[in-house]
Ligand binder design. Structure first.
Ligand SMILES: NC(=O)c1ccc[n+]([C@@H]2O[C@H](COP(=O)([O-])OP(=O)(O)OC[C@H]3O[C@@H](n4cnc5c(N)ncnc54)[C@H](O)[C@@H]3O)[C@@H](O)[C@H]2O)c1
Length: 385
């Protein structure tokens, strides 16, 4: 039985806690921490977490040798210091995305993981979705041939008040706009499917979120050896129609699921039917997909618990979290400097550190309103609407 604690009992904490509650034979929640302890108390009551003590600082958890795993669900700028303290005090950590706003922070977290010998996993719950898993299985089957193009629309819509929440909308505490905080889910999937790109070009702006310093829209191109990927990161898209389309040499597949395959006439123009046999094989592959036992955060929590129970690495480790932050950093640098940025980003790049990003980042608007609680329901990363 693993003892679990959680730091930061705001919106996303419910997804973690409900996930732990799915596995009562494997774990129990023994502590909840929030700088606003009434929030932790309310979460405790709401979810009936009778075994959980409430504390106001993660430092109160450090001496507790009985705690095996901690979910860190605080704002992005606090992920590194809290995670490092927890790892160094002997706890395994599941930290929310984005891993941290800067590569220096990510490196420090990875160092703490290495030196403590504990497990660090970074949330990327969309890998635990059947539609995404089918896309990945199609890619891994090799039936598409070499990939030429991948287009991802990380399309979200958030109204102006979204950035009124105190920690959102500034480079200092949110670390960036939807490129870092929303599209990070899709960037993780792109890198999972295609690996790391060689270079990045990008443009960005803030179209109309006038209480935020950060971008509300970026469009980036990722260069691969013989492929180019395209990523839109947005909180200005009505309808939030998210899509991933992969163009292989022999066929294309997409999420939401769609298969296409062209074949050529003698003159190079497409035939009217395409490769119906290949389309049928890809449809069979999709139909044969075995449904995942657990989805989203529950899928990732199940994976992390299994990693701790068996001594294997988690499916999504600290290095996975860092490489998504590296692509985001390259997108920001490319957009700010109006040039193509090569990867990996060298340690002497001015954008490698949080201070460097802060020094260079454009302030599109001044953040004038700051509120601690906003009313309304929330939707979590990539949920079907
Ligand atoms: N995976 C996803 O789909 C998803 C969705 C939403 C948010 N998130 C991520 O989860 C994190 C939290 O987002 P949220 O929407 O839940 O925010 P939130 O503002 O609702 O909750 C954050 C909580 O952390 C507490 N807190 C702040 N600093 C703290 C500290 N030093 N120690 C203890 N508690 C502290 C706050 O009081 C608050 O209750 C962010 O990194 C965000 O990007 C992930």
């Amino acid at each position: 039985m693993l003892n679990v604690a959680l730091v930061g009992t705001g919106n996303i904490s419910a997804s973690h806690l409900r996930a732990y509650l799915q596995f009562p034979e494997r774990c129990r929640v023994v502590a909840l921490c929030d700088v606003v302890p009434e929030r932790a108390e309310a979460r405790k009551q709401e979810l009936g977490l009778d075994d959980a003590v409430v504390v106001a600082s993660h430092e109160e958890l450090l001496d507790r040798q009985d705690i095996d795993l901690v979910s860190v669900c605080t704002p992005p700028s606090t992920h590194a210091p809290i995670t490092i303290d927890l790892l160094r005090s002997g706890k395994n950590v599941l930290v929310e995305k984005p891993m941290a706003p800067s590569l220096t922070d990510c490196d420090a977290m990875l160092r703490a993981e290495r030196e403590s010998g504990k497990v660090l996993s970074v949330v990327a719950q969309n890998r635990f979705r059947d539609d995404i898993a089918v896309l990945k299985e199609a890619l891994d089957s090799g039936l598409l041939g070499p990939v030429a193009h991948l287009r991802t629309d990380s399309a979200w819509w958030r109204g102006v008040p979204y950035y009124d929440l105190s920690w959102r909308g500034t480079w200092q505490s949110e670390g960036g706009g939807p490129t870092l905080n929303h599209a990070i889910h899709h960037i993780d999937l792109m890198l999972w499917m295609l690996g790391a790109p060689q270079a990045v070009a990008a443009m960005m702006t803030n179209a109309w979120h006038d209480n935020a310093e950060v971008e509300d829209l970026s469009v980036a191109l990722l260069q691969y050896d013989r492929a180019v990927a395209q990523l839109t990161s947005s909180v200005v898209h009505h309808g939030e129609e998210q899509e991933i389309v992969v163009q292989g040499r022999d066929a294309s597949v997409a999420q939401p699921w769609k298969v296409r395959s062209e074949t050529t006439q003698p003159n190079g123009f497409p035939t009217s039917n395409g490769d119906t046999a290949l389309v049928a094989r890809l449809e069979e592959l999709a139909a044969a997909h075995e449904k995942l036992a657990h989805l989203g955060h529950t899928g990732q929590v199940d994976d992390v618990l299994a990693a701790l129970e068996t001594g294997r690495a988690p499916a999504i480790g600290g290095a996975d979290g860092r490489r998504t932050v590296e692509v985001v950093t390259a997108i920001y640098q490319a957009a700010i400097e109006r040039r193509t940025v090569d990867l990996p980003i060298p340690a002497d790049s001015p954008y490698y550190t949080g201070e460097g990003v802060l020094e260079n980042a454009p302030r599109y608007f001044t953040k004038a309103r700051s509120i601690d609680d906003l009313e309304g329901t929330i939707s979590v990363g990539g949920e079907a609407r």
